[in-house]
Design a protein around this ligand. Sequence first.
Ligand code: PLP
Length: 470
Amino acid sequence: MSERPTTAGQQHGRRSWAEPWKIKMVEPLSMTTREQREAALEGAGYNTFLLRSEDVYIDLLTDSGTSAMSDRQWAGMMLGDESYAGSRNFYALERAVQDHYGYLHVIPTHQGRGAEHLLSRTTIKPGQFVPGNMYFTTTRLHQELAGATFVDVIIDEAHDPTDMHPFKGNVDLDKLQALFDRVGPEKVAYVSLAGTVNMAGGQPVSMANARAVYALAREHGVKVYLDATRMVENALFIQEREEGYADHTIAQILREFCGYTDGGWISAKKDSLVNIGGWLAVNDDALFEELRNQVVIFEGLHTYGGLAGRDMQAMAIGIAESVQEDHVRARVGQVRYLGELLEAWDVPMVLPIGGHAIFLDARRFYPHLPQDAFPAQTLAAELYLDSGIRSMERGIASAGRDPKTGDHNRPKLELTRLTIPRRVYTQAHMDVVAESVKAVFDARESARGLEMVYEPKYLRFFQARFAPLA
Ligand SMILES: *Cc1c(COP(=O)(O)O)cnc(C)c1O
């Protein structure tokens, strides 16, 4: 098992794969010694969110806003039309969203949560319910702030890190029907569908499921809105796994999928290969009028939505690049390459491998550590100490406390996320990451766990401080 697995291409006698881009400008990485990392980690309270990026070698904290833009996108930045109203860059963005996502009316926003805010406040009446395929932090918070109760209607398989269901992001139609029956469809603001599902491990939704959700919602007069943040990656999984889609392009699959929804929004910091930006798009004329009125209050005029013209231009170009077959295959393929190296070494993780990250299963990694010793946080700390690689805890620290009992929430999934930025790191970096995870795995029995010594009141995982247990 110590042999590195060959790539799928080699196994089938084809030629090796390589990144479909070459490097035109480089950003040097910081190389640190173990002593420097020990000091940096102690200074950061053993929390990777509190490290300075200068002290990080390979940064896998997030794929949000961390993409490398192409030469064409940078050229687009020079075409910024910084007019307050009617910038030509807005019309380029509008056209890109209409062409690739198929929605009629487009409103730019400063990033994804700006769109979530606008959609929530215009479509939710206090006391209503919003069903969704597992939650996302900012999405759910905006729905709750608008007065809704979120209801998770994802299939049960999504909560099991070892279940090999090919579409673990699917909505459970019986759970959705049960909600309609229980509260009545007039109490359901909309169905909040996301592809892929981040919190489940980057897991996709099938086309058949999207079609069925749309049909069921329509039957009850309820709209479906799509969080399209990583929908391009979802489209690749449909192409690979769903009967009848092998010869469809990513662009065709994306258009068809969005056609089973009434509108959508995006954090363009993910799929669309930009460092900042987002949008909200709907087909309904009256809702668009209302949104266009609201965006002026919170984001900016409806032709810039809190963005510079140059950012909209880079986004428009990024959208077109994001659906190119070579790009998507390389992007998800790089995540899979890392995952397959780790799988071959029996490193426990969430399977199937998702679209944007590897989620290490800290419960099985450190079976001797109780959840109160923060196994996923410990793993993130050990990985940083070993090699300077930065990851993120998604376990008991992220889950916070029960507001009623004051106890820790104890989530089933205790995960450490290695999130891969788009077009930033090479396959050689993935080898270094895999080898470091392997080294930490080999030394797993010596891990002692952490205790929390400072706990902020809200979203504690960002700023909490820890100390090693004796
Ligand atoms: C990042 C993200 C958001 C929020 O977008 P921001 O650009 O960070 O405000 C919403 N949904 C999903 C699935 C995300 O990953």
